[in-house]
Each structure stands twice: as C-alpha cells, then as structure tokens.
Design a binder for this molecule. Structure first.
Ligand code: TZP
Length: 208
C-alpha cells in the first residue's frame, strides 16, 4: 500500500468556478496550501482531458502537490500523474494496478461498506466515501449517508478514508473526529469567492 500524505483533497469541476478559469482557481487553492488535486472533468474527450491534465500536472509539480486523474488510467500514465481515482464504472483496481505499476496511488470512490472492503482487497491505497452531507454537486448520488455510515467505513476498513459530499469549514472538524484521514471537496473551494482563503480555512479547520 502506498502512503497518502494529504488531508485535504480538492476535486475539480470547471462548471462550478463561476466562469473563472479552472487553472486560476487551482493556483489559488495551491497557494492556499492544497497538496492533492483530483482532475474530474467527466465530459471532456480523451484529447481534451489530456491537454488539461498536462497543464494541471505542471502546475501541481510547481507546488509539490499530487495530481490524480479521475477514471482515466491512460491519461494518468500519459502525464505521469501521482495516481488515479476510480469508481465502480472504472477499470477494476486490480487491472489499474497492473497497468500503473506498484508506485502510482490508487484511490477508489465508494458509497457502501462492501465497496470500500473490495477496494481494500483489490489493492487501493485509499477510499473516498460519500456523500456524507447534502451536496448540490452530485444530487444524483442520492441522500446524504451521514456520519454514522462514515464511521462504519472508518471502523471496518484499514485504508485511509476521506469523507466527501457537502464538506464545508463548519462540518470539517466533526467529520475529522470520526477518524477519517481527511476530507475531499469541490464547491467549498472551487466555487468560493476567494479559493485561496477557502483552502486556508479548510486546512485550519482540519488541523485545529
Ligand atoms: N462524490 C460524492 S459527493 C461528490 C463526489 C464527487 C461531490 C462533492 O462536491 P461538494 O461540492 O464538495 O459537495
């Protein structure tokens, strides 16, 4: 298992920047201390995603931050990203591991204990679990699962767990207290008026 060394995981959505350039938003977030970014732009073609990933990879390197590519193992390899974020519609984690080799980091997005356990058995390095709270970002994922469900994951899986879905500064500390390794989020930073200040605030909450 590869070690993960970040507590705040920023997930992109260029449709939530309020018309601002995604690279600008990311640079602000990195200035604010973000050390891990997931490029998650599901509507882009392979070529479009690769072009954006190349730019974001350079930006992340300049800040010594890790870049993860959602779903696309090929794009992660092509830009030499730190790793991938898989979901249940992605390649299986075992297959991704065979393609990526032992050192790339594999995160798996999960919505149930069984999925998190499978991720662990299949060689993932960490899991996301959510949505924990209500989120506009992914209404399709249904009702919030809440902190008790999150605690069940933390208590039954030995991988680092990150909470996702509706994470804001106000609920970060109670989420962290469940025993998660960290939190993952989109809108609290990507849609913030001042993404740098939003990242700083999230990190303060996480580490207080
Ligand atoms: N997976 C579960 S909830 C979610 C994802 C990608 C969206 C998180 O967005 P936000 O804005 O941080 O609630």
């Amino acid at each position: 298992m590869n070690a993960v060394d970040f507590d705040l995981y920023l997930v992109t959505d260029r449709n939530q920047t309020g018309g601002r350039d995604l690279l600008w938003v990311l640079q602000q977030a990195l200035d604010g201390g973000v050390k891990a970014v997931q490029l998650r732009e599901k509507d882009l073609s392979g070529r479009g995603l690769f072009a954006l990933a190349e730019k974001i990879c350079k930006l992340c390197q300049a800040y010594n931050a890790a870049l993860f590519i959602n779903d696309r193992v090929d794009v992660a390899l092509a830009v030499d990203a730190a790793g991938v974020q898989l979901s249940k519609t992605s390649l299986p984690a075992v297959t991704a591991r065979a393609l990526l080799g032992p050192r790339k980091i594999i995160g798996v997005s999960t919505h149930a204990l069984q999925e998190a356990k499978e991720a662990e058995q299949n060689g993932a390095d960490f899991v996301l679990f959510g949505p924990v709270y209500f989120t506009d970002s992914k209404a399709a994922y249904g009702a919030p699962q809440g902190l008790p469900a999150l605690k069940t994951i933390v208590d039954n899986v030995s991988l680092p767990v990150y909470a996702i879905g509706g994470i804001i500064p106000e609920n970060t500390k109670s989420t962290k207290n469940i025993g998660v390794r960290g939190v993952a989020l989109i809108s609290a930073i990507v849609s913030a008026e001042n993404p740098k200040r939003a990242a700083e605030q999230m990190l303060r909450e996480l580490r207080s």
